[in-house]
Design a protein around this ligand. Structure first.
Ligand code: NAD
Length: 499
């Protein structure tokens, strides 16, 4: 019997009633391990109604009391860390150690959001004019929603949930239908931590649930993370329906390798950033750009050696460096990209297409692939592959290397490896991407800074977590007050000025 998952609404698991289900696979075996209900319009609307009812009371809690729920959640998540990591790994296919990282980077944003009492403080001006004081309030929006991707089923939901509820909103999470169990468990843990029922709801579903969220007038804001075409669709539909939206999309992250970089350090960084989680990270490095032919030749030789030694295994195998891809569809797509790279004339230095894991022949495993002599016209350079495929694009000089990520349609993360501070500084200032690493391959900012890409990697103006998240999940109200001693001159028909 395949386990049947539920929604989580009003503080309890709610079975699906639409009659539609999606299959949740174990990517290690290719077998279906659970069925996830796909919500109908009515089920989604019912969850929104529940969230709207719960929000009023929740917003009336003082910020410190709300923050205490987040602090208790942190303890509970640590208590259940092993269980959560195993569940995550079994549905996604990333290794247990990497699954713990996925959870931990989410918890760090919960820690940040527990600072809500401080972060929600408004501004005050004493004596802005004769007898006039001005103060601003940051008030919650009401019901807000998050629509999240399969590749970080703990981290990205927590990036959205934590600041949203800390600000006094209630939340509808529509997680990826591929790995919904950890998001459901997160909702249970928040309830155990003392979150009132209805403040956090998980609605499982597909486009029907998403479209209902995007058009329902009770939803005030939508945070999305996923592929760029869907990010653009969600952004344009949500904003056309009068909602705030921040929508983060795909990526093609470059690493520039200057001739003065420590090449062994570069190879270590590229192997981890390119192949960790089988390349299924929006901040994965997928393009290596060595500067100068000598750097390129040396890098290609060292990388080829290392790529062929990578240990691929079951996601529960503690020795595995990466596990399977998350779905059969993605496996086929990534293999197709490797085929097209060969057809387009790139040099395939390591070919993982025939890799199988003994005893797990039906799992979605793909060996690591490395291409050299890739050019900007090739589809393997232009498009996001989202698999264990690293491409080398050789640049003649620094200016050409700088142009590559700057002119690419995506602009999420980028890195430069060099020993020269002047070059690193120039690069950081001029490159057109949202997050830059200097000798850091995956520059995901810490929780108290903000995360967001440029160009087709991000639609909207405020980033995720950090101070931006408190702006996104609140609206400002500015109060100008004058007390009786100042009201003396009678009616005025001229706009007040502060002279
Ligand atoms: P996806 O776009 O397929 O799905 C994301 C979400 O959108 C899911 O909840 C899904 O159910 C929903 N969805 C899918 N198709 C839809 C449609 N037609 N209409 C409405 N909703 C729809 O993305 P994915 O495959 O789950 O995740 C991988 C992608 O996410 C990659 O492109 C990756 O780069 C990106 N990503 C970006 C970031 C970032 O911060 N920029 C972070 C993680 C992942």
């Amino acid at each position: 019997m395949v386990h049947e998952l539920t929604h989580f609404v009003g503080g309890k698991p709610v079975p699906g009633t639409s009659g539609n289900f999606g299959d949740v696979y174990d990517p290690n075996t290719g077998r279906v391990q659970a069925r996830v209900p796909l919500a109908s319009v009515e089920e989604t609307r019912a969850a929104i109604a529940d969230a709207a009812a719960a929000q009023v009371e929740w917003a009336a809690w003082n910020p410190q009391r709300r923050a205490r729920v987040l602090l208790r959640f942190l303890d509970l998540a640590q208590r259940d860390l092993d269980l959560l990591a195993k569940l995550l790994s079994s549905e996604h296919g990333k290794t247990i150690a990497d699954a713990k990282g996925d959870i931990q980077r989410g918890l760090e944003v919960v820690e940040f959001a527990a600072g809500a009492p401080h972060l929600l403080k408004g501004e005050f001006t004493d004596g802005a004019g004769g007898g006039i004081d001005v103060h601003s309030l940051r008030q919650p929006l009401g019901v807000v929603a998050g629509i999240t991707p399969f590749n970080f089923p703990a981290m990205i939901p927590l990036w959205k949930i934590a600041p949203a509820i800390a600000c006094g909103n209630s939340f509808i999470l529509k997680p990826s239908e591929r790995d919904p169990s950890v998001p459901l468990k997160i909702a249970e843990l928040f309830l155990e931590a003392g979150l009132p029922p209805g403040v956090l709801n998980v609605v499982n579903g597909d486009k029907t649930a998403v479209d209902t969220i995007l058009t329902d007038p009770r939803i005030e804001a939508v945070g999305f993370v996923g592929s760029s075409d869907i990010a653009h669709y969600v952004y344009s539909t949500a904003t056309a329906n009068g909602k705030r939206a921040q929508c983060f999309g795909g990526a093609k992250n470059h690493m520039i390798i200057m001739p003065d970089a420590d090449l062994d350090g570069v190879v270590d960084a590229l192997i981890g950033a390119g192949f960790g989680s089988a390349g299924q990270r929006c901040m994965a490095i997928s393009v290596a750009v060595p500067v100068g032919q000598a750097t390129a030749d040396a890098l290609a030789a060292k990388l080829t050696e290392r790529v062929k030694e990578l240990r691929i295994g079951h996601s529960f195998d503690a020795e595995a460096e990466f596990g399977p891809l998350s779905s059969a569809g993605l496996l086929e797509k990534v293999r197709g990209y490797v085929d097209s790279g060969v057809a387009e004339g790139a040099t395939l230095l390591a070919d993982g297409r025939d890799f199988t894991l003994a005893g797990h022949e039906d799992g979605y495993f793909l060996g690591a692939c490395l291409f050299d002599h890739v050019t900007p016209e090739m589809s393997i350079y232009q498009e996001e592959i989202f698999g264990p495929v690293l491409v080398i694009v050789r640049a003649e000089d620094y200016e050409q290397a700088l142009r590559l990520p700057s002119e690419h349609e995506y602009g999420n993360g980028v890195a430069i490896f060099t020993r020269d501070g002047d070059t690193a500084r120039d690069f950081s200032r001029r490159v057109r991407a949202g997050m830059v690493g200097v000798n850091v391959p995956i520059p995901v900012p810490v929780a108290y800074h903000t995360f967001g890409g440029w160009k087709r990697s991000g639609f909207g103006d405020l980033n995720q977590h950090g101070p931006d998240s408190f702006k996104f999940y609140t609206r400002t109200k500015t109060v100008t007050s004058r007390w009786p001693s100042g009201v003396k001159e009678g009616a005025s028909f001229v706009i007040p000025t502060m002279d």
